[in-house]
Design a protein around this ligand. Structure first.
Ligand SMILES: *Cc1c(COP(=O)(O)O)cnc(C)c1O
Length: 377
């Protein structure tokens, strides 16, 4: 028997091509007379690069995507007594950021196919205490932001966009992150514009909101006078070396995204006929698509996963239960409440490798393995 190849979900050689450059940047930052290792000139330049590429009013770097959500909630004065509607299917920061602000997360069910928050269900859960809607883009598909924008306008609510997985995506010509009053990005290595470390950003069309976030990320200082604290802030700053690395890699971001999009389009085309055999790909098309993760919905998810593992294809299951069923968040959900589509998504989603370093041969092999599984049922 020939040895099976291994196709990693997270490639260990993600930054190998940039190694020499990175080592040079370590020296540059270390020997810079400015001696700023956080929020220096490179961070300012990366903020301006982000801002101008988006045509946003501002982009504010901070410690992580999670921290970016917390900063936005704080800058909007959301706190005790307030409710924020978040998706029932998604990552912990969606609910935890709200809890850590002192407010209450209210969980909305998701669309059964795309797994993003359902705007109609979200609106049904609005009460007089609701302050904001906080949809999140999920895996490969952006949330229905036009509907969320309309719902927020109709109900007089703030709109926060968790675009941590969707940097580089657009919907109706508007970049992910700018549909809400504020959006967030995460630069954790596996995200679309990832780096070898921790960091995030708040992006917004609202310069005033950005000023507040900027102050809150650095102990309530306004950046002109040190040790003058206008309000109680926090420490959520950005590493200067990572900023240098992001500036170096930013020119290649569209090319890397394009490769992910190409792989996703190929998968979707190969998997389109499998719906009747219990494997459902995301809807085809480019608008409102992000390629952080490519996830199918499989009726026999665990069997498909085992089939792929045996053939050397690494896959990933993200959220095995809806957020309101997590021990940490169950207390914020009524005991008789149900999120049937979030539950189904938890039981059926399976993420396949989609990173830009995959070769055509890798991608064809992954698709062949999935099709062989579906045909064998
Ligand atoms: C990754 C992620 C976050 C958090 O970003 P970190 O940088 O890991 O803190 C928030 N929301 C979503 C949807 C994410 O995928």
């Amino acid at each position: 028997m020939t040895t099976v190849q291994t196709i990693p979900f997270f490639p260990p050689h993600l930054f190998e091509a940039d190694r020499e450059e990175l080592l040079g940047l370590v020296r540059d930052v270390a020997l810079d007379p400015e001696q700023r290792f956080i929020l220096g000139a490179r961070s300012a330049r990366f903020e301006e690069t982000l801002r101008s590429s988006l045509r946003a009013a501002d982009a504010v770097l901070c410690g992580s995507g999670t921290s970016a959500l917390e900063l936005v909630l704080a800058a909007m004065d959301i706190g005790p007594g307030d409710e924020v509607v978040v998706p029932a299917f998604g990552c912990a920061p969606l609910a935890a950021s709200v809890v850590n602000a002192g407010a209450v997360p209210v969980f909305a069910d998701v669309d059964p196919h795309t797994m993003v928050a359902d705007p109609a269900d979200a609106e049904r859960r609005v009460t007089p205490r609701t302050k904001a809607l906080m949809p999140a883009h999920m895996f490969s598909v952006m949330a229905d932001m036009p509907a969320f924008r309309e719902a927020a306008r109709r109900r007089g609510l703030r709109l926060i966009e968790d675009s941590a997985v969707a940097q580089g995506a657009t919907l109706d010509g508007i970049p992910a992150g700018l549909w809400g009053e504020a959006g967030v990005y995460s630069f954790v290595q596996v995200k679309s514009c990832g780096m070898p470390g921790e960091g995030g950003a708040v992006v917004t069309g609202d310069a005033q909101l950005a000023r507040r976030v900027r102050m809150l990320r650095n102990h309530g200082q306004d950046g002109t006078q040190r040790f003058l604290h206008h309000e109680v802030g926090r420490n959520s700053r950005f590493d200067e070396l990572q900023a240098a690395f992001q500036l170096h890699r930013f020119a290649g971001f569209p090319r890397r995204l394009e490769r992910r999009a190409e792989i996703a389009a190929y998968y979707t085309e190969r998997f389109a006929p499998l719906a009747a055999q219990g494997v459902l790909p995301p809807p085809p098309g480019r608008d409102g698509r992000c390629y952080y993760v490519y996830a199918v919905l499989a009726e026999q998810r665990d069997a498909l996963r085992a089939h792929l593992t045996e053939r050397g294809v690494q896959t990933h299951v993200y959220y095995r239960q809806p957020l309101p069923e997590q021990p940490a968040f169950a207390r914020y959900a009524a005991p008789d409440d149900r999120w049937p589509h979030a539950r189904r998504a938890s039981e059926r989603h399976l993420a396949l490798p989609v990173h830009h370093l995959l070769t055509d041969t890798d991608v064809e092999y992954v698709a062949d393995c999935v099709r062989a599984f579906a045909a064998g049922r």
